[in-house]
Design a protein around this ligand. Structure first.
Ligand code: ATP
Ligand code: MG
Length: 409
């Protein structure tokens, strides 16, 4: 599976974090002031909405100032004693090798239940006489249970970056992924995410992974919450219809293209049809739909589209026989938009290689691409000697060899 872009493209240094310059400067100068003398407030309390770079800032600053970062989050706060132990790290002097240390207690909102009172009290105790910068993070610093704690902290508010700043970051991610994206498309994603950088990056990944271009049209179908509701009711119609006619109506209300609809049905089927034989039937219907899709691609005979839709809707609806009703199972946004992975360049490359194989092996180039090329790829990756032989035999050029040796499958 793919790595999450929020992790892959996480800013390592403060200069690549977007937005919140003022908050960042305040935080940086407070941390730096420790090297002169222990400041009045020994703890800094960073707060603000989710996904805007609070955690990332602390990590990036530790990296930039070459400090050791001791980091804990909600799951570590289950007992007061644990909180105490972690927070206590901040009351020890320096680190083993004399480096400087930064202790971060992240997601403080998570200190709940039994750990709550004792936990917060332990944090307060350490905040009072920490020997190194103690950083606290929560979404809402104004929760009443932080009232006493707040008095001992330098409060630093993080705000949502502006749309332009979010776009700037999305552009950087696109550059890293070698995706050429229309400004309008990125603006759309940034606005739709409510300027939550994390969810903007997640949306970008869902929409753009595997593409080399991202246009406004590619993203606009997501335009609003209503759209999401529409696709959900389409899913409901497909998975719960009792008759073919009813299921087929899904197509009339769906406002996504057939590829997108296919992906929605395909990825949701395993969660909606939990009985194996129902799922097998649904998959069978989907594979029929896919066959017709392939035929349309090759022949451009769009009349066949009817069959694609019939299999995708009625075919899947009729699969439900043995699955027990199990309450409402949420629909999922398709994560693997696979056909997007086949970019135009890659398709051309594959068919060029397919033609070469066709000549030597006397099979159609489609069979060559589907059935022979994957094996050649494995050989190319693993056996240089055979690679040389096959290259000569098939008369492949350098770009083809490069593609076969390093392409992702
Ligand atoms: N200001 C930003 N600049 C660049 N990337 C960001 C920014 N904010 C968030 N991100 C991206 O989103 C991911 C999550 O950010 P981060 O963990 O810092 O959010 P947070 O503010 O701590 O959210 P939460 O309150 O949910 O913990 C980062 O790994 C990064 O990819
Ligand atoms: Mg965080």
């Amino acid at each position: 599976m793919y790595a999450a872009w929020t992790v892959k493209h996480k800013p390592r240094t403060l200069s690549t974090v977007v937005g919140n310059r003022e908050a960042i400067e305040k935080f940086r100068s407070w941390v730096e002031s420790w090297s002169k003398r222990v400041p009045k407030k020994r703890a800094a309390f960073l707060y603000g909405p989710p996904g805007i770079g609070k955690t990332v800032c602390v990590e990036a600053l530790a990296h930039d100032l070459n400090m050791e970062l001791v980091e804990k989050n909600a799951s570590d706060y289950r007992t007061a004693e644990r909180v105490q132990r972690f927070a206590g790290l901040a009351s020890q002097y320096g680190t083993l090798f004399g480096g400087r240390r930064l202790v971060l207690l992240d997601e403080l909102d998570g200190v709940t239940g039994t750990a709550d009172r004792g936990g917060i009290r332990a944090v307060i105790a350490v905040a009072k006489d920490a020997q190194c910068p103690l950083v606290l993070i929560a979404n809402n610093a104004y929760n009443p249970r932080f009232a006493t704690l707040r008095r001992h902290c330098l409060l630093i508010e993080f705000k949502r970056p502006t749309t332009l700043q979010v776009i700037k970051y999305l552009k950087r991610v696109c550059a890293g992924e070698k995706i050429e994206a229309e400004e309008r498309a990125l603006k759309f994603i940034a606005e739709r995410s409510g300027r939550d950088v994390r969810s903007a990056v997640n949306d970008l990944q869902a929409l753009a992974q595997g593409r080399d271009r991202l246009t406004y049209e590619n993203v606009a179908w997501l335009s609003s919450r209503d759209r999401k509701e529409v696709i959900f009711s389409v899913m409901k119609t497909i998975f719960y219809s009792r008759s073919c006619a009813e299921a087929k109506r899904a197509v009339d209300i769906a406002d996504v293209d057939s590829d997108m609809l296919f992906q929605w049905v395909y990825e949701n089927a395993p969660y909606q049809l939990t009985h194996p034989s129902d799922l097998a039937k649904a998959m069978e219907a989907l594979s029929q739909a896919d066959l017709y899709r392939g035929r349309i691609r090759r022949t451009q005979n769009w009349k066949l589209m009817r069959y694609v839709y019939d299999f995708m809707t009625a075919g899947v609806a009729m699969a439900r026989e043995k699955t027990k009703p199990s309450g409402w199972v949420p629909y999922r946004f398709p994560q693997r938009i696979r056909w997007l992975g086949r970019t135009k360049g890659e398709r051309q490359m594959k068919s060029a290689i397919g033609m070469k194989i066709k000549r030597k092996c006397h099979v159609s180039s489609i069979v060559a691409v589907k059935e022979i090329l994957p094996y050649i790829r494995i050989i190319f990756e693993n056996n240089p000697q055979m690679r040389a032989g096959i290259t000569k035999w098939l008369d492949l050029d350098d770009t083809m060899v490069e593609y076969l040796t390093h392409a992702k499958t």
